[in-house]
Design a protein. Structure first.
Length: 273
């Protein structure tokens, strides 16, 4: 079982244990699971969440084991980084991240569960960020719910850089700040004033005749964000099945770099392709 230990500081003295735990980034949902199937101790003695903490108390949370009924698939898995809390994987293109009606198994999630099973890691699937089926490259996976919450509560904590090949001759660099909305009864998204805030920064890497290789940095994490934003400025990704105009080349969108400050160790974790 995953354990997390905290030491009560002087300015935290006197507050209820529940409030102390929530202030450490533990969600209400996670706290309920800990109370039901885990353990909360203060100085090695189990305590109620109504206990008033005192300076120098040692608070230890034992998270319950996680299980998943999802099918395991023995598929190749390229792991670029791993610690007790996170994996950084290199996802192949044309592999869905999670099962759906069209792809009930054989997804990245099925492969991760098989890996957890072989390594005896008591975890279920916690994808901190997802990539479209057609997109390849680096993505972050949390090994337990606390690690997932610590990063996904503010996706801007993760610096994500992508390369993509777009139609036309794009110049220099720029910033696309345009809200994105899901179209009804469709996978597609569009720029719409009623959509969710989205910001993409881009710069030209290389010009290739009628195409341009572009580097994009995401400041938000909307579905299809790069694809929608590049189409919005009249430079859709080449051969994009949803937003493109031509099918002359292979679709190319790749996550080439991810970095974040580890929420538990303070270490900068950075992986590049």
């Amino acid at each position: 079982m995953k354990k997390q230990t905290f030491i009560v500081q002087q300015h935290e003295d006197g507050q209820q244990l529940r409030e102390f735990i929530l202030a450490k980034g533990i969600s209400n949902k996670a706290l309920k699971r800990i109370k039901a199937n885990g353990k909360i101790t203060c100085n090695h003695i189990e305590k109620s969440v109504r206990y008033q903490v005192q300076e120098k108390d040692i608070i230890c949370l034992t998270f319950p084991k996680e299980h998943s009924a999802m099918q395991k698939s023995n598929l190749p898995l390229t792991i670029c980084y791993e610690d007790d809390d996170y994996l950084i994987l290199d996802k192949p293109k044309n592999i869905p991240c999670i099962p759906n009606a069209r792809y009930p198994d054989g997804t990245l999630a099925n492969a991760i569960l098989h890996y957890y099973h072989t390594k005896q890691i008591p975890a279920t699937i916690h994808l901190v960020n997802r990539l479209d089926k057609e997109t390849s490259g680096l993505m972050v996976v949390a090994k337990h719910s606390y690690a997932h919450h610590a990063l996904s509560k503010d996706i801007k904590q993760i610096k994500r850089i992508y390369y993509c090949l777009v139609e036309g001759e794009l110049e220099g660099e720029g910033c696309i700040e345009a809200p994105i909305k899901k179209l009804p009864n469709s996978m597609k998204r569009c720029v719409d004033l009623d959509g969710k805030y989205a910001l993409t920064r881009y710069k030209v890497v290389e010009k290739r005749q009628r195409y341009t290789l572009v580097e994009c940095q995401l400041e938000t994490g909307r579905t299809h964000q790069i694809r929608v934003h590049m189409a919005h400025i009249a430079h859709p990704l080449v051969s994009d099945p949803l937003y493109g105009k031509s099918c002359e080349m292979d679709f190319y969108l790749e996550s080439i770099s991810v970095s974040f400050v580890h929420p538990f160790t303070g270490q900068l974790i950075e992986v590049k392709k």
